[in-house]
Design a protein around this ligand. Structure first.
Ligand SMILES: NC(=O)C1=CN([C@@H]2O[C@H](COP(=O)(O)OP(=O)(O)OC[C@H]3O[C@@H](n4cnc5c(N)ncnc54)[C@H](O)[C@@H]3O)[C@@H](O)[C@H]2O)C=CC1
Ligand SMILES: O=C(O)/C=C/C=C(\O)C(=O)O
Length: 410
């Protein structure tokens, strides 16, 4: 990919957003309604592309294509080793486009470009390879029966799977979901998050190039309450896999139960505690807690957001954590010297700033950070609160932002 100088001493890859339409039955097509929606660059808040907006009608078409590919196509019927060969080719194509894909996730999600290039995109390719290795090892068992009967189990692909993907890890979550389903011989409809549709559409193109038959992998960008809800309640989707908020997870489970009782896999919010005892190596603990809290600007379900520190090392831990947070460079995620990019979008940015206000008003002490740090884009300084009590909102609710809540224990 050609690179241009960002004018600030680092290279910004030239963006070429090629895929903006829905991918249904092997073709890029407009939405049935003709509607499109904007996707914005969180570094500036500016619109970078308009994406076809799928809704129920498009989900119906995509499910029909996936059903036909499942009932009549080669994918579920071919030997596992044949699917594996195609998945390996898909993985190689992902690797060949690593810079382009990392750049798409950076301008869509505000992720560090280097992280995308070194971790998320190669990690996605490796998930495909991992599950390709499993594709020819899916087998049942012969059971010893007490009576003269032949008992056995047979593992079969579930059918048409619906994957509802969040915005915080657009590539990782895409491959966490599609790789095992593809390896098993399922066909599928993927709905990326409305904030981050770009890389998923590129992956659809690469899947076709790798030889995945038409109809097996469909990608329909759109909004949760329309396209996402249509998937959760669809009578011809056999299973749903969802990652996102606990609130929406509940809706998805309800809709699945009230329609065709399809099974669901839910990966929801978190509020992970970290406990640091007096005998810890303080420098190492400070560094690990910093990483656990601020990686991916705190937009991660396993972020360590409630930090319990034993009283003997509490003061040293607090001082060193503040020192380290102050050294964190917040800025353009294409800059390799930057540690933290912008929050994914305006909503998330405002939500995090609101939690910082709530923390202060509930009596916690903001020791450092927590301010918006640019007049454009969605950048927030890494924040540290002390005097946090277990019943405060910042200790109870998922913030999904760069906010550390420290609590002392005896
Ligand atoms: N566990 C995780 O990795 C994630 C957790 N979250 C949490 O959720 C909070 C809110 O973020 P949101 O973007 O609002 O999350 P969300 O749960 O609304 O969005 C996640 C996905 O679900 C879809 N969706 C939304 N409403 C739906 C519905 N009624 N039926 C089916 N699909 C639907 C969205 O389009 C998106 O693809 C975050 O601040 C964070 O706390 C958000 C994203 C990922
Ligand atoms: O494995 C990773 O790199 C990231 C995983 C993130 C989640 O599982 C999440 O936030 O949901």
């Amino acid at each position: 990919m050609a690179a241009a100088n960002g004018g600030q001493g680092f290279e910004v890859p030239e963006l070429d957003i090629k895929f903006t339409k829905l991918f249904i039955n092997g073709q890029f097509v407009d939405a049935a309604s003709g509607k499109t929606f904007e996707t914005r660059d969180p570094r500036t808040g500016e619109v970078i592309a308009r994406i076809a907006e799928g809704d129920k009608a498009d989900i119906d078409l995509a499910v029909k294509a996936a059903r036909d590919a499942f009932d009549n196509g080669p994918w579920p019927r071919m030997p596992g080793c044949a699917r594996a060969r195609i998945l390996h080719k898909f993985a190689d194509l992902v690797d060949q486009h690593v810079e382009e894909l990392a750049a798409l996730d950076t301008v869509d999600a505000g992720k560090l470009f280097q992280m995308g290039k070194l971790v998320d995109i190669p990690g996605g390719a490796n998930l495909l390879r991992y599950y390709a290795g499993a594709a020819d090892k899916i087998h049942g068992e012969t059971l010893k029966m007490a009576r003269p009967l032949h008992g056995y189990t047979l593992k079969e692909p579930v059918g048409v799977v619906g994957h509802i993907v969040p915005w915080n890890y657009p590539t990782t979550m895409f491959f966490f979901k599609v790789s095992p389903a593809l390896a098993a011989g399922c066909t599928m409809v993927v709905k990326p998050a409305e904030q981050t549709p770009l890389s998923a559409l590129f992956y659809a193109h690469l899947a076709k190039e790798a030889g995945i038959p038409d109809g097996v992998l469909n990608v329909v960008p759109g909004f949760g309450p329309t396209a996402g809800a249509a998937m959760a309640s669809h009578m011809d989707i056999d299973k749903i896999s969802f990652t996102g908020s606990t609130e929406v997870g509940r809706l998805v489970m309800q809709a699945a139960a009230l329609s065709n009782l399809k099974p669901v896999s839910l990966e929801l919010g978190g509020k992970s505690p970290i406990i640091v005892f007096d005998d810890a190596d303080v420098d190492m603990a400070v560094s690990l807690v910093n990483m656990a809290t601020y990686t991916n600007k705190g937009e991660i379900c396993v972020a360590g957001t409630r930090i319990y520190v034993q009283e003997g090392i509490y003061d040293a831990f607090v001082n060193k954590s503040v020192e380290l947070a102050k050294k964190s460079v917040v800025g353009d995620p294409f800059n390799p010297n930057v540690h933290q990019g912008p929050q994914v979008d305006k909503n998330q940015y405002e939500k995090v700033l609101k939690y910082i206000d709530v923390g202060k008003s509930e009596g916690a002490t903001l020791l450092t950070g927590g301010k918006a740090c640019s007049d454009k884009g969605y950048y927030i300084e890494p924040a540290i609160f002390t005097d946090v009590k277990d019943d405060m909102s910042i200790a109870q609710e998922e913030i999904f932002g760069p906010v550390m809540a420290l609590m002392k224990f005896k």
